[in-house]
Design a protein around this ligand. Structure first.
Ligand code: PEP
Length: 251
């Protein structure tokens, strides 16, 4: 039985004060209702410290949205895994489609980051997913399989890896993949992982779905056999919506 994992990706939203307020509101709404699953919030770098304090001992995981693949040095504007670790981050989102599309991140770079994050003891949430054009051309499986293989190249242990399947056409668009569409790709990701790492590792790996998850569609998506929770963008900015999605995963 895999523990469901729900993470709110706040992207470039929320000041420190706003982030602390949102975290406090989420905690009030969730209460002790997340005993059976893993819940995380991913504020912008600037709010990590403040949100960490607001999280306190609640068990919510502090998640970063990105990191650099070098330890330190002349990389203006970048943040290393050691810095994230020192802030109390438990996880880092890597290879989000916005990083790939807007900042030119390739799977090779994502792979370097995954290895660096794992080496520092952080959980790596590695995002994969196809564009609308790729889906319409019928290359979804090939594309996603390639992203998984490249992203995990040289990674021996998947214990601290989560894969987030996020069809690009569903992110922030209000268009959600149907549970069937999402399940099909999740199953194919698990097959790819099984081919590389074997049955046991594939059976343990958690694969989140991301792309316009809302309180109204969360339960159905999370009920699919290979969907182990969600990476939530827009809906994670509203405490009520995020708490409802967490409830859908945790019960
Ligand atoms: C995301 O950015 O990871 C995401 C899934 O966004 P949204 O939920 O807004 O589609």
């Amino acid at each position: 039985m895999r523990t469901k994992i729900v993470v709110g990706n706040w992207k470039m939203n929320k000041t420190v004060e706003e982030g602390v307020g949102l975290t406090t509101a989420i905690l009030e709404l969730i209460g002790d209702g997340m005993a059976d699953c893993e819940v995380g919030v991913a504020p912008p770098f600037t709010a990590l410290d403040g949100v960490k304090r607001a999280i306190g001992r609640s068990g919510i995981r502090l998640v970063a949205q990105n990191c650099h693949h070098e330890d330190d040095g002349a990389y203006t504007g970048e943040v290393s895994v050691r810095m994230l670790d020192s802030l109390g981050c438990a996880s880092v989102i890597l290879g989000h489609s916005e990083r790939r599309q807007l900042f030119g991140e390739t799977s090779a770079v994502v792979n370097l980051k995954v290895k660096k994050a794992l080496g520092a003891g952080l959980q790596a949430i590695m995002c994969v997913g196809e564009t609308l054009d790729e889906r319409e051309r019928g290359v979804t499986e090939e594309l996603v399989t390639g992203q998984v293989r490249e992203g995990l190249d040289g990674v021996d242990d998947l214990e601290n890896v989560v894969i987030a399947y996020e069809p690009v056409w569903a992110i922030g668009t209000g268009k959600t993949a149907t549970p069937g569409q999402a399940q099909e790709v999740h199953a194919s990701i698990r097959r790819t992982v099984r081919d590389i790492y074997g049955e046991t590792v594939a059976g343990r790996l958690r694969i989140q779905y991301g792309g316009s998850v809302k309180p109204s569609n969360a339960a159905e998506l999370f009920s699919m056999p290979d969907i182990d929770g969600g990476l939530i963008g827009g809906a994670s900015l509203k405490a009520e919506d995020f708490a409802a999605i967490v409830r859908a995963a945790c019960c």
